[in-house]
Design a protein around this ligand. Sequence first.
Ligand code: PAF
Length: 273
Amino acid sequence: MLIARTLSELRDARAGLGLELGLVPTMGALHEGHLALVSAARVAGRVAASIFVNPLQFGPTEDLARYPRDEAGDLAKLEASGCDLVWLPHVSEMYPPDGASTITVGGPATLWEGALRPGHFTGVATVVAKLFGQVRPRAAYFGEKDWQQIQVISRMVADLLLPVEIVPVPTVREQDGLALSSRNRFLSAENRAAAPALYSALRRAAQAIAESAPVVATLATANAEISAAGMQPEYLALVDAQSLEPIEALTRTARLITAARAGSVRLLDNVAV
Ligand code: PAF
């Protein structure tokens, strides 16, 4: 497995990897969800993964400093999963001090996470566009746990005519249903025990809506279930799967999306309806 820490090392390493290269962008602290992205990319060809905790997507009151970092563990996992190249850029190379450009995505980026975390998706879109320019993958793989992120990146790729296929990969879950996330390690024992209630509530609500139950009442019940489990729901909505606009009836391909706080940890999840 090749490891590149500077742009010139990346250029040399990239040269031998051919056109069929899949990119798995990550912020490290890798878990089985990330390794599922590597496996999906390997089916199509060679695989590059990036590890970069992107400061631009964290708000001033968010957890950049305490975001988990485990470079040695991550490299061992990537090597064992058959990754061909790991790109570990330095902040100064991703964001030169004289840099003056960022990417603003409208549409799906303005709602939900975008509304609660101003600037978050500008940070995500900007770093992902930089990674695409540096690594030049044919395809890039993203986990469906961050459903809105996939729609924002797909919008950017379509609008900027970037020659990269975006491949969504299903969420990997613990046995009790909790979606894997690098932040789950910060859950207290009590909140960890409560957390699977988020997915249960989503699944029950999706099933009810699919069977024509009224949307508003079903969402209220699901919200009550999440609160009763001891979490604080931030949003729970039935949305158009691509635009992320809220919908009141199942007239288009829909997604049920949610974010809730379990103690200090924000949990995101979503299911198809
Ligand atoms: O999903 C993530 O881990 C990050 O948002 C990403 C896509 C690697 C960009 O920093």
